[in-house]
Write a new protein. Sequence first.
Length: 179
Amino acid sequence: MKKHFVALAISLSSTAAMANTGIINFQGTVTTGGTCPIEVVHPGGPSQPIHLGHFRSRDFTAADQNTAMVPFSLRITPDASCNIDPTKKAFVKFSPRFGADPSGKLYALQSGVGYTSNLALEILDRSSTPLPPETESKAHDLDENLPTDMHFTARLKTTEDSVPEGRIDTSVDFLVDIR
């Protein structure tokens, strides 16, 4: 009887050792859409992520180093459902999905296993002035008949003297306020 008990206990413990846990990530969005659709336009195309580049750890040797600027625009195109008043201006505000970096001036990157650290995203307006998170851009003139492109650039900035290898990902929400 004791032998069967021991065999059953070993059998149960080995079954439990084969179990594992994991995470399933689900993503999506719901927006009101506003009255005018806004398209993100950049060198990679409207449906692709904005590619900031491939780097080596040795490319970064000090805090406050910048990568090359990557241009992107937010385009408003007037149509039957989107009437633009040319006397109004557009203002853009960017909100970081992963928070601001400790300085509050940059957009934090996704962190965790497989991701790099000691880097943050910087967004600059059309005059190459940094646009910190939750800060409204300068006014953009609007055209009532033609698409209006509101130009920005993005780049990475080091926050420490060295950067370990890993993926670079972040997400930033934007709000275009026409007034």
